[in-house]
Ligand binder design. Sequence first.
Ligand code: SF4
Length: 154
Amino acid sequence: MKVISACLVGCQCRYDGDDNLIREFQEMVERGEAVFVCPEQLGGLSTPRPPAEIVGGTGEDVLAGRAKVITDGGEDVTHQFLKGAEQALQMAQLVGAKEAILKERSPSCGSTLIYDGTFTAGKRAGDGVTSALLKRHGIDVYSEETYSKRKSNN
Ligand code: SF4
């Protein structure tokens, strides 16, 4: 069983009310091979919502209390991001997920790259908050990009 970012299976849960549908991942849900989560909605944030970025580090740093998640308007939404990550982990554990496929570059779901906290479209290497928490608990996290590469290498 897998956990997949809800926006990748067609839920319009992105900050701007859109989705990132990839049909291959939607089909995994249809076949009962995966469940989907949107950590930011699970954390209590509305859709649409202001864009947010991790300021001062990565998802690991947020888990450790060394960095915060801030909206482009300056609101501290760290609490909601942490709550959403905990809820996503709970869902993953409930279904016995060993793998997750999460949306790259998101401050929650990114697993290789995230936005760098400057709101200028710059990126930094690292995990989002949910990816960091799932990895801490032994779940293999892929993005939509690294999962496809993994498959083509097999
Ligand atoms: Fe929700 Fe993650 Fe998709 Fe953002 S990237 S909309 S938090 S599922």
